[in-house]
Design a protein around this ligand. Structure first.
Ligand code: MRU
Length: 374
């Protein structure tokens, strides 16, 4: 099997399609995104998910729609296009609340629109500047992920007790499907594997939405990385049984200024068990996931997802591969379904970004993310 990574976002100017992650790994269906409305729906329904991918698909859905409207000569003035872009970005921001990458991208794109509009003589100047910037996000994300992979793999190698037996546990999906390509935490696993340093990867199932068993497992198998799936409640037993697991690596949806990190529900309990078993707990994320306006994890808005995701299991029937969704929980039981939790900085060994590895100062329990970002 080739080492080509999967692709979840296909884009050429004027054309965007996304891999529908609701039906993976059973079916590979690309869906065309023609508009901001389509982009918003794809993100909200989780056909597209993962913090960097959410931001990129949002930005590109607007790039596609503004391109179509410009071709149809719908903008007569600079003000008209600026108004359309502003309202669209505001709407896209309402799709999912926790991953800060979307808000970061919207803020940066809006600043660029305003700066361009100031001197623009015709609407196409603003249209082209917006599309160029949105397209650049795709390119930058892959580059950033490769650097995260490299820095993270080096950190693990430098700090591993046994450098000849490095296995890693990961949670949720942070790979090519969650980004423009390569991935963050999964990018670190890819880097270790590519350099012959990985003994084995373990991935959690990641209930209730199963990003681990459906998506990460799919990526690991696709790339022939030696890997094993575990249920979320097996992590502590794995660490006790298997000393080769020397690090847990996860992604992030929002890193607060002190390093507290929101990520997929279940991340916090993994950090606790990493501490108990004295292994590394590493957060891998692009600097666009760092939110200096959020002082600590207490200020992070945690998305609540529909109860159906928790009381049901979706998949295909073993006998005939027919799609199926079955209820597993007792009828009428109350449900709490937060999509993310916050891991306190105290439990995190290192935060790996494309710019390098952020560590706590000796004796401190929190990170200073602002000094890192200048
Ligand atoms: O609900 P999801 O699937 O969007 O959650 C994804 C995660 O929590 C990832 O760990 C995070 O977004 C980082 S993806 C590189």
């Amino acid at each position: 099997m080739t080492a080509k990574t999967l692709e979840a976002i296909k884009y050429t100017r004027g054309n965007l399609s996304i891999l529908n992650q609701l039906v993976l790994p059973h079916e590979t269906i690309f869906e065309t995104v023609l508009s901001v409305q389509n982009g918003h729906a794809a993100i909200k329904s989780m056909k597209t998910r993962g913090a960097p991918a959410i931001a990129i698909v949002a930005a590109l859905s607007l790039a596609v729609e503004v391109n179509t409207r410009a071709e149809n000569k719908e903008f007569e003035t600079v003000d008209q296009v600026v108004k359309f872009l502003f309202e669209s970005l505001e709407y896209l921001k309402t799709s999912r609340p926790t991953a800060v990458n979307l808000f970061d991208a919207a803020g940066k794109l809006w600043a660029l629109i305003q700066a361009t509009a100031k001197d623009a003589k015709d609407p196409m100047t603003v249209v082209n500047a917006y599309i160029d910037a949105a397209e650049q996000m795709l390119v930058d994300d892959v580059k950033d992920n490769k650097n995260i992979g490299k820095f993270g793999a080096e950190f693990i190698l430098d700090n591993a007790k046994d450098k000849n037996r490095i296995s890693v546990l990961t949670h949720c999906n942070t790979g090519s499907l969650a980004t423009a390509g390569w991935g963050t935490a999964l990018g670190i696993i890819r880097d270790l594997h590519a350099n012959g340093k990985l003994e084995h990867a373990y991935c959690t199932e990641t209930r209730p939405y199963n990003q681990g068993s459906r998506l990460t497992a799919y990526e690991l198998v696709y790339e022939n990385i030696p890997a094993t799936l575990i249920c979320d409640n097996m992590a502590s037993a794995l660490l006790k049984e298997n000393p080769s697991v020397q690090a847990i690596v996860v992604g992030a949806d929002r890193v607060a200024a002190n390093g507290d990190t929101a990520n997929k529900i279940g991340t916090y309990q993994l950090a606790i068990t990493a501490k108990y078993h004295n292994i590394m707990f590493i957060v891998a994320a692009p600097s666009t996931s760092i939110d200096l306006n959020t002082k600590t994890g207490k200020d992070i808005v945690i998305e609540q997802r529909p109860s159906e995701e928790l009381v049901t299991v979706t998949g295909v029937r073993v006998q005939d591969d027919e799609p199926t969704c079955i209820r597993t929980a007792a009828a009428d039981i109350g449900v709490w379904n937060p999509s993310f939790d916050v891991t306190p900085a105290e439990l995190i060994s290192a935060i790996v970004t494309e710019q390098g590895v952020v560590l706590k100062k000796d004796g401190e329990t929190e990170f200073n993310m602002s000094s890192f970002l200048n």
